[in-house]
Design a protein around this ligand. Structure first.
Ligand SMILES: Nc1nc2c(ncn2[C@@H]2O[C@H](COP(=O)(O)OP(=O)(O)OP(=O)(O)O)[C@@H](O)[C@H]2O)c(=O)[nH]1
Ligand SMILES: [Mg+2]
Length: 322
């Protein structure tokens, strides 16, 4: 099937065309980049909701319930789970870490699992492109679940229009751990597993932190208690998400977010493509990991590598891509 047909079909909401496109995007095929060029103008329409938090806090269960409430409005949506633990599968199978219920058989909810391993410095880029493709296809919202640990995950969450950080009671130390990275990107907090003791303590810990570090935009992130397994608090969570979206829909705020997101996307793509190209050209047949290992063993030094890359690179002038 030619690309134009796939793009047209995808834009008209065809689920099979979407599934094929997503697989191509995940595999970073040359055709996928040509398709992404055509799709870019159609992106930025829907809402992207990031859901992040430590392993096991109930993100997937919560996403499942949240997806169900959006689905009841009648639109089609998507869930992307970034799974840091499973080996690279090409995203073809659902890891058992995605605990989606009956929704998995509903074509109105497109679900993909992305594995962290196997991407050369480009998980953020690949995930961003998958999310953009879903957005172009009219999936709204696109909910992205990530475990909030590494830089990649933080990068991914930052493309979201609204970020929900999920915590669970009895994880007091975790609030401290999250503080450095994920805490400051939380637009909404969900204290899940609120059927367990320690909800108030957790709430106070979050409030204390918010007081210490108020946000420059003046938004005070709401804290919502949920019991995902019991479908409790889901409407309140959705309302909190909606409130933030209304406030950040102010044109100047929205444009500022879009600029930041555009910058990140460009950097992520450049990093992915330039890194691959650089390593391939100076160390044919080697992987980035092998080069990094050689550096760790002091068999290579980073200065010579960078010097070689910069010296041998030719940066052509901008020409409209074919
Ligand atoms: N008691 C209780 N258990 C819950 C709740 N929500 C989820 N769980 C359980 O917690 C476990 C982990 O839930 P997941 O939804 O897979 O958590 P996750 O954060 O997506 O986990 P990872 O993707 O592995 O990081 C499962 O056994 C859920 O049934 C809740 O509100 N209360
Ligand atoms: Mg999960």
């Amino acid at each position: 099937m030619n690309e134009n047909t796939v793009v047209d079909r995808l834009l008209s909401g065809d689920t099979r065309a979407l599934a094929r496109a997503i697989t191509a995007v995940e595999n970073r095929t040359p055709e996928s980049f040509s398709m992404l060029r055509q799709l870019y103008a159609h992106t930025g329409k829907g809402q992207i909701i990031g859901v992040t938090g430590s392993p096991g806090v109930g993100k997937s269960t919560l996403v499942d319930r949240l997806a169900a409430t959006y689905r009841r409005d009648g639109g089609t949506l998507a869930v992307v789970a970034v799974d840091p633990s499973s080996p690279f599968t090409g995203g073809a199978i659902l890891g058992d870490r995605i605990r989606m219920s009956a929704l998995t058989t509903d074509p109105g909810i497109f679900i993909r699992s992305m594995a962290t391993r196997g991407h050369l410095g480009g998980l953020a880029a690949a995930t961003l492109d998958v999310v953009r493709t879903l957005d172009a296809a009219g999936r709204n919202p696109v909910i992205v679940e990530t475990v909030g640990v590494g830089q990649d995950e933080v990068d991914i969450v930052q493309i979201a229009d609204v970020s929900v950080v999920v915590l669970a009671p009895g994880m007091g130390d975790d609030v401290q751990a999250l503080k450095a990275g994920v805490m400051e990107i939380a637009d909404v907090f969900a204290i899940n597993k609120a059927d367990r003791p320690g909800v108030e303590k957790m709430q106070r810990a979050i409030e204390a932190m918010l007081t210490l570090a108020p946000r420059p935009d003046g938004w005070v992130p709401p804290i919502v208690s949920t019991v995902a397994t019991d479908d409790r608090g889901i409407d309140a969570l959705r309302e909190a998400i909606g409130k933030f979206q209304t406030q950040s829909a102010a044109p100047e705020l929205r444009f500022e977010k879009r600029r930041a997101s555009a910058r990140r996307q460009l950097m992520a793509l450049l990093e992915e493509r330039l890194m691959t190209k650089a390593i391939e050209s100076i160390f044919p047949g080697q992987t980035l990991d092998a080069v990094v290992d050689a550096m760790a063993n002091r068999k290579q030094d980073p200065y010579s590598i960078v010097e070689a890359v910069v010296r041998d690179s030719q940066f052509p002038q901008w020409k409209e891509p074919q």
